[in-house]
Write a protein that binds this ligand. Structure first.
Ligand code: NAD
Length: 487
């Protein structure tokens, strides 16, 4: 599929077309080499994509053909499966995703999960009989219908290009909507490859899926403002999420937001402290820390602080960032020079605020090229330090001491975010109290995995509005209609 990149095109109204603004380069973050060019759409292209999606929703039977939609989603899954190795090569090269991760949530997992959406398209209860009642004395049968929202504007970030694309496309299409997808400018090739497969290898009707790659973030804003778009499904930073919500308000469309995080990893004092801190340190290196749900604040009992710092530092020091094509690599590059500069700025802030960089803190000496940062541990700061409050999006862990379980809960919640978290301990009652107290959308206990097609994912507080995946994620793409018939 990398060979497709030089001619990566937009998908608009069922056709693969050039972008009106020419092309823009996409760069391998591990080598800094240009690996291809993607079509650069302009505002008129985006307008055409919205027109096509609107017509496909309003003028065809797509929204009513449940079995056909299930067939199309299964067909898409099979077609993607046939190109899996090419897609893997492309995803590693363009997103800097470690090969290991593409076997799970970066590629294989979300492709397989399309089966879950296909099944929902066929098995979901679209109609529920609420029975007969006599409101205001009039005997009435009430039927509840669930219907697609209409045209969905899907806006995605670069860190998990396929996972986020399919977590939106799957349920949006299964529910009977049509979609305009605007991927992040850093990973246009991954989206364009999906567009080519949809156009050439599936029966998905023209206009049902439109994919508009562009170097211009303004096209995302255009999608949020257009009155013909009924719902925005957005994944990205909290800052952009606020802009999306503001602009969606002008046409009062629903904005479904999956945003940033600063999740806590709580180690209770009855846990194996060294083992738990090792896991926390390893987790923060996965995909170089570029995951919204990664637990980047390690909360440890004050009495165990030194042991915790030592254990986390030992693990981080043993993780060698490197070539994402190597199947042993856990920590690849950051996506861009801009993102690396952002992480390095946070490391400067940590130092300026009196933080101690226990391990890492610079660029790996053994790598001459690529946007790499060393796995880094910051100690000696409180939960009010900038690096404990803001999302860094790099392989950086901050260790913070707490005094007692209530204090651990208080610190975990003392954050504008509430996306995920982890609790390690042995006493089930204490674990239950802590999981009850932490205000966050997902929680892992002793290494449990919450990621799965049937499990809803999303955030409390400024980590988002709504849930992706699971039945809850599917229902985000539905409207509710109540039909009341007298007699
Ligand atoms: P970003 O917010 O910069 O960009 C995300 C997308 O929004 C891109 O496609 C971008 O072009 C588009 N965009 C930019 N300005 C816009 C505007 N005004 N209106 C509409 N669209 C606009 O995010 P990023 O840097 O690409 O991704 C990293 C962020 O994504 C992190 O904060 C991370 O936590 C978050 N994220 C969240 C989840 C989740 O499910 N909660 C998952 C992955 C990533």
């Amino acid at each position: 599929m990398t060979s497709l990149l030089p001619s990566a095109r937009l998908l608009i109204g069922g056709k693969l077309v050039e972008g009106a603004d020419g092309v823009f380069a996409t760069v391998n973050p591990a080598t800094e080499e240009v690996i291809g060019h993607a079509a650069n759409a302009d505002a008129a292209d985006m307008d055409a994509a919205i027109t096509a999606a609107r017509a496909a929703f309003d003028d065809t039977d797509w929204s009513r053909e449940h079995a056909f939609r299930a067939h199309c989603l299964e067909q898409l899954r099979t077609a993607l499966g046939a190109h899996l190795e090419d897609l893997r090569t492309l995803t590693i090269a363009e997103a800097g995703a470690p090969a290991m991760l593409t076997r799970g949530p970066q590629l294989d997992g979300p492709v397989a999960d399309l089966a879950y959406s296909a099944e929902l398209a066929e098995t979901y209860s679209w109609e529920t009989d609420l029975g007969v009642a006599q409101p205001m004395g009039i005997k009435t049968r009430r039927v509840l219908r669930r219907e697609p929202v209409g045209v969905v504007g899907a806006i995605t970030p670069w860190n998990f290009p396929h996972q986020i694309t399919f977590a939106k496309l799957g349920p949006a299409l299964a529910a009977g909507n049509t979609v305009v997808l605007k991927p992040a400018p850093d990973t246009p090739g991954c989206a364009a490859a999906v567009g080519a497969i949809i156009a050439e290898e599936t029966d998905i009707p023209a206009g049902v899926v439109n994919i508009v790659t562009s170097s211009d973030h303004g096209l995302g804003a255009q999608l949020t403002e257009d009155p013909r778009v009924d719902l925005i499904s957005f994944t990205g930073s909290t800052q952009t999420g606020r802009a999306v919500m503001r602009s969606a308000a002008t046409t009062l469309k629903k904005a479904f937001l999956e945003l940033g995080g600063k999740s806590a990893f709580i180690v209770l004092d009855d846990a194996n402290i060294a083992a738990a801190c090792g896991v926390a340190a390893f987790s923060v290196c996965v995909h170089a820390g570029q995951g919204c749900a990664i637990t980047t604040r390690l909360l440890v009992p004050r009495s165990e602080y030194d042991e915790a710092v030592q254990a986390a530092a030992a693990t981080l020091a043993g993780i060698r960032p490197g070539d994402p094509t190597d199947p042993r690599t856990v920590c690849g590059p950051l996506i861009s020079a801009r993102q690396r500069a952002r992480v390095e700025r946070y490391l400067e802030i940590a130092r300026a605020e009196g933080g101690r960089i226990v391990v890492g803190g610079g660029r790996p000496a053994h790598l001459e090229r690529g946007f790499f940062v060393e796995p880094t541990l910051i100690a000696g700061v409180s939960n009010s330090a900038t690096v404990a409050r803001e999302e860094i999006f790099g392989p950086v862990l901050v260790v913070i001491p707490y005094d007692g379980d209530d204090d651990a809960i208080r610190l975990a919640n003392d954050s504008p975010y509430g996306l995920s978290g982890s609790v390690w301990g042995t006493d089930p009652e204490r674990i239950r109290r802590v999981t009850n107290g932490v205000r966050t959308g997902t929680l892992s206990v002793n290494g449990g995995v919450w990621y799965s097609a049937d499990a809803p994912f999303g955030g409390y507080k400024q980590s988002g509005i709504g849930r992706e995946m699971g039945v809850a994620g599917f229902e985000e793409y539905l409207e509710t209609k109540l039909v009341a018939t007298a007699g």
